[in-house]
Design a protein around this ligand. Structure first.
Ligand SMILES: [Zn+2]
Length: 431
């Protein structure tokens, strides 16, 4: 069993080598919360101390398999209408992003598809994707808007995201990414679009703080439509392909005034200044970081901002991987996420992301495990709620068909996950 015991904060440097391994481990949970975790012997002793009668106890025998905290995927663009298969072939043929965009592909193609799709289709596909993620160990998922790019469509994505995650029993962290691209109807009028986001979109979203949700959600779309949708984070694509550094700074500062926590797509295709901006604004995470220069890397590493790597994008786009070892050497709180999206990372498996972290970025298995549990929780402002098996946290657990934690990031493809508990509710992987 991996506990990631210790304080509720992201791990850095040498701390990343200790996943809190317990042999013959056990977890006691009650009403969706962890009461205790330790060796089976120690827990038996605690039961006597708590005077819990055996008749009140339900024992689940994991039969020597690996038990870990539920995995946390801190960066996804989960709600979209269709895969971008034409772009896929164009990229293989050597087209760059600008040429794909000019041919009608890229993010704006996903925007056209989403706007033309009914709620029912978006909800059904989002739920199917969440079930695949859950079946590979995920219990908390971040979901970004960003394929609507109008006030009503961005709000629709937030509502559908909340509904989809609730229906699958998952903890969702919602992020408003209206600043993903300039929509077609604002071509040549980017400042007008940013004003619309600031003056009409931000006030229409309720700021949410992460909370310990223990009961399965009973939401429906009719209820959700009656109120402004919620989000915890506001994000921006700060990149030569999207928004400039001054535009990103102004948008994020406006979001911060409304009380949102901040995230940044930073330095994905070039040094955009995004990593330094994240540190300056106290963003909860800076994501991508493929082209961050060393001074900005050191600045971010010494800040509270989590450094999120998305190696699935590097693989899919046939680009170099982020220099994770340099980030760790500089003391960064590193995190791995899928960036699941239709254009640059159609990747639903967080264990495969861990494998890329180990094979392509030279993370140790223990580092890769931290990067999808406690550190990923910190990237979602949830380090006190999930990501480790500490008393008081939500009973989010993942069970794997192996007795060695290294086997999970070792396997390329396939699925070792047997199922997860989300707030104490069992969801088998359905193999
Ligand atoms: Zn992204």
């Amino acid at each position: 069993m991996l506990t990631f015991h210790g304080p509720d904060r992201a791990r850095r440097g040498a701390e990343l080598q200790d996943p809190g391994l317990v042999r013959d481990g056990a977890v006691l949970f009650r009403a969706g919360r962890i009461v205790a975790a330790g060796t089976t012997d120690a827990l038996a002793h605690r039961l006597r101390k708590y005077r819990i009668p055996p008749s009140r106890l339900r024992e689940i025998n994991c039969r020597g398999r690996l038990l870990t905290p539920g995995l946390v995927d801190s960066h996804t663009h989960l709600v979209f209408a269709a895969p971008r298969l034409d772009d896929f072939e164009r990229r293989i043929a050597g087209w760059d992003s600008a040429r794909i965009l000019a041919a009608g592909g890229g993010i704006l193609e996903s925007v056209r598809h989403l706007r033309a799709s009914p709620d029912s289709l978006l909800l059904k596909s989002a739920r199917a994707r969440l079930r695949i993620m859950r079946a590979q160990g995920v219990t908390t998922v971040e979901i970004k808007s960003g394929y609507g790019l109008s006030v009503s469509e961005e709000l629709r994505i937030l509502r559908l995201s909340q509904l989809a995650a609730g229906a699958e029993g998952l903890d969702a962290a919602l992020t408003l990414l209206g600043a993903h691209a300039v929509p077609m109807e604002f071509a040549g009028r980017r400042q007008a679009y940013l004003r619309l986001l600031r003056d009409q979109l931000l006030p229409a979203v309720r700021v949410m703080r992460p909370k310990l949700s223990l009961a399965p959600s009973r939401l429906n779309l009719a209820t959700l439509r009656k109120q402004n949708p919620i989000a915890e984070f506001v994000d921006v694509f700060c990149d030569p392909l999207a928004f400039t550094l001054p535009e990103a700074r102004a948008w994020l500062r406006a979001a911060r005034r409304y009380g949102f926590r901040l995230k940044i797509h930073a330095d994905q295709t070039a040094d955009s200044g995004g990593a330094a901006l994240a540190a300056q604004l106290g963003a909860v995470s800076a994501d991508h970081l493929d082209f961050t220069p060393p001074p900005a890397r050191r600045r971010l590493a010494n800040s509270s901002t989590v450094a999120t790597f998305l190696p699935g994008v590097s693989l899919f786009m046939n680009r170099p991987f982020p220099a994770a070892r340099d980030w760790i050497a500089d003391g960064a709180a590193i995190n791995l996420a899928s960036d699941f999206n239709p254009g640059t990372a159609p990747l639903l498996s967080l264990p495969l992301v861990m494998a890329l972290g180990c094979d392509a970025m030279r993370l140790t298995p223990a580092e890769a495990w931290h990067a999808v549990t406690l550190n990923a929780a910190a990237a979602l402002n949830r380090e006190r709620l999930c990501g480790s098996l500490m008393p008081g946290k939500r009973a989010d657990l993942a069970l794997f068909d192996t007795d060695d934690f290294r086997a999970v990031p070792y396997l390329l493809g396939g699925n070792l996950c047997a199922g997860v508990w989300c707030a104490g509710h069992w969801h088998p992987a359905g193999k």
